[in-house]
Structure formats: C-alpha cells, structure tokens
Ligand binder design. Structure first.
Ligand code: IFM
Length: 410
C-alpha cells in the first residue's frame, strides 16, 4: 500500500469503475427493471455483479497494491434516494466508507454521480423527459456534496453524457429494429412499474430529454460547488472521427456526436475524455472498420491511437484541463490489452509533450464486470473476477499498467 494521498498537481493514475457494473443487486435502479423485463435487450441480468458493494476495501487494496494512486467509481442514486425525497443516511454512510477506504489506500477518489443508472421511480415518471428532473437531480447532487464532497478529490456529473448520441451513430439506436426492440422492453418495464412510461439515459428520446439533462448537469455542478467547492467535471464519450472518403462531412458528424454537450463543459473545472476506438466517416455517413482490421471483443476497430485525437479535440474545443476518465479494450487476449495500453499512453505522452494539460489516466476497467446489454461476455478488466466466488485475479496487464503508474511517480 502507498503511504499518503497523491500530492496536489500529481498526475493521477487509476482505474475506472461504475456502481451498477460492479456493486451487485442494485435492485432500486432502472437498469434492474429493464434487465428483468420481458422482452429485454439484455443478454443476462447484472445479479451480484462483482459484489463490490461489500468488497470495496479489497478492491481499493488491490488497486493500490498494483501501483495506482487514484480510483474512479460511481455512487448509486438509486441506493441513496430509493424513494422520491427519502434519502438513505445508511447509503450515504456506505459511500463515506468507500471514500475513506480509497484515501486510506492512497487513492485519490474521483466520483461519478450518475453512471447511466437512475432510481427506478425516476425512470417510471419519465426520467429526464420531465422538466422537474433538473431539480430532482440537483437535490441529489446537493445531498451528496454536503455529506461526501469533503472526502472526494473530484466529482463528475453524468458518465458519458452524450452516450445517447454515440448509440445513435455507432449502434444504429435510431434504426427501426433497435427502436422496436427497445420500445417493447420499455413498455414492459413501464408495466412492471405500474406506469405508462419508463425513460432511460442509455436509450433516450433525445428530443424530449437532452435539454433537461444538460440543465440537470449544470444545476448539479452548481449544487456540488455550493455544498463543497471541489473540482467538478463532465465526462463525454469521445471517439476519433476521421474522414475516410472524399465528401465526408466530419464537422456534421461531430455535431451529431456531441450536440450541445460541448458547451455544457463551460461551468466545469475539467473534462473527462472517454475513448475506445475511431469512427470512419464516408460521403454517406459512418463506414465500417477497414477490411481486415483487428476488432476488439466489443466489435470496435482496435485503434488505441484514437486517444491522441480525442485529447487534442478536447483541448481545442473545450479548453479545460483534461483527465482521461476511461480508455480500454474488451478482449480475452490480455497481450492485446497490454499492446493497447502502450499505444494509447504513447499518444497521451505526445499530447502532453505538445503542451496539452492532461492530468490523469483512468483505465477502464479495474475488474471484468457487467457490460450492460452484453452482460458478462466482454472482458474489459485488468483483473479477472470468478463469477461464483468473486475471487479477483490480476492479469499481466494489471501489473504492466501498475508498474507504469508507479514508475512514473518515482
Ligand atoms: O462499460 C462501459 C462504461 O460503462 C462506459 N464507457 C464504456 C465502457 C465499455 O463499453
């Protein structure tokens, strides 16, 4: 274990996780409802996940032992406010213990307020499609800021706030087949909740929700800063966008990917860049990866160089200090993860050498975890998790990145 927290200004080396993907039994969340709906888009339910709700201390010890000095994780709104207006002191105390555990292990904690999940009651009243969702999210941020802000190194509001836009361009979430399947799933979730609606952040109706979600983000930044003046950021999913044919309109494509979220970084102290691959644009829109290109376990092109493009894009367009809050690869071949890490970090260093203010790198993810609709089939972890015993086994890539992290600080 390291002695003491990173000094102010020290580069943060860590791993990133999300509450729903690792904690287990997040029964009051909207995702729990849709995972158990019939029909569902989910390959399997999240269940016990990695049992990190109970094993957070073990996870912090593991991360610190590997050589990291920071940890990004999510707190779960559905646990903190399981019924509207009823805040759980016990759940807030739990996250205070998680934060204290990070600090005891010398890990600077960066906390996500909402990593796609919301309470099931919030989804069943229309989620961010309702105008008063702005105040509800700000009220949650205020409670969190007052009780937990003093223990955090930094906080971010929404994970990959523009995820609905990426889903549209990358997974055809606007296409008729996907829409029909998600409509059926949400209709079943609404019925199970005794409601006539059920709205999710991952599969949103952007026309009805995006403006409110941006306002909720801004209000939450203000609430956190008023409660405890800690650094607050916005994380975006940012993939390299390249013109691959004459006539490709990269600017229009970029607008499609970010919309008004680029402006939403304005009240923030930093931005979180989250990069996995590149998107090639042709004259008629997105193109598939080049013929013969290596694909990751998530089906993306293996293209770690994307991180250089996205850091530069963020620096030019957002003009804020940058943390890479996610970067990683789904693979069963850990040697490819090592190669991915090395190539991505070479890009990060090049950007720093060019004077870009990059302050940290958080690899996605510490653990093999619940990868949303793909269930447990995709392995993004530096550490394998036995699905029955929850035993954690670091992969060679964990030691590799941990060594880079600790030697960079000596
Ligand atoms: O697992 C997800 C995470 O929740 C958000 N960013 C992308 C990761 C890998 O798909």
């Amino acid at each position: 274990m390291r002695s003491g927290m990173p000094k102010p200004g020290e580069f943060l080396w860590g791993t990133a996780t999300a509450a729903h993907q690792i904690e287990g039994n997040n029964v009051n969340s909207d995702f729990w409802v849709v995972e158990h709906a019939t029909p569902t888009l989910f390959r399997e339910p999240s269940g016990d996940a990695c049992d990190s709700y109970h094993r957070y201390n073990e996870d912090a010890a593991l991360a610190a032992g590997l050589g990291f000095n920071a940890h990004r994780f999510g707190i779960e709104w559905a646990r903190i406010e399981p019924e509207p207006g009823r805040f759980s002191a016990a759940a807030l105390d739990h996250y205070a213990r998680v934060l204290e555990s990070c600090r005891r292990h010398g890990l600077a904690p960066m906390v996500t307020l909402s990593h796609w999940t919301v309470p099931r009651w919030f989804a069943a009243r229309g989620g961010f499609e309702q105008a008063d969702s702005v105040d509800l999210f700000a009220r949650f941020a205020d409670k969190v800021g007052r009780r937990l802000g003093g223990l955090m190194t930094a906080a971010t509001t929404f994970n990959e706030a523009n995820i609905g836009r990426l889903a549209r361009v990358l997974f055809n979430a606007d296409g008729p087949r996907f829409r029909a399947a998600s409509r059926a799933m949400f209709a079943a979730a609404a019925e199970a909740s005794g409601s006539d609606r059920f709205a999710s952040v991952l599969f949103p109706d952007l026309a009805r929700s995006e403006e409110n979600q941006i306002a909720a983000h801004v209000a939450a930044v203000q609430a956190l800063k008023a409660a405890d003046d800690l650094p607050v950021g916005l994380t975006l999913t940012m993939q390299a966008v390249e013109a691959a044919e004459p006539g490709a309109d990269v600017e229009a494509f970029t607008d499609e990917l970010y919309g008004a979220w680029l402006g939403a970084a304005e009240p923030c102290d930093f931005v979180g860049v989250q990069t996995y691959t590149r998107i090639r644009v042709g004259a008629a829109g997105r193109l598939p990866p080049p013929e013969g290109a290596e694909r990751t376990g998530a089906g993306y092109e293996f293209y770690p160089q994307a991180l250089g493009d996205t850091i530069r894009f963020a620096a030019e367009r957002l003009r804020k200090p940058i943390y890479v809050t996610e970067n990683g690869i789904a693979t069963d071949d850990d040697a490819r993860r090592v190669a991915y890490i090395d190539a991505a970090l070479a890009e990060l260093r090049r950007a720093q050498a060019d004077g870009i203010d990059v302050r940290g790198y958080f690899h996605w993810s510490l653990l093999d975890n619940f990868e949303w609709t793909a269930g447990y089939s995709q392995k993004f972890g530096l550490v394998a998790v036995d699905r029955a015993s929850f035993e954690r086994t670091p992969k060679p890539s964990a030691r590799h990145l941990g060594r880079i992290a600790s030697s960079a600080r000596t």
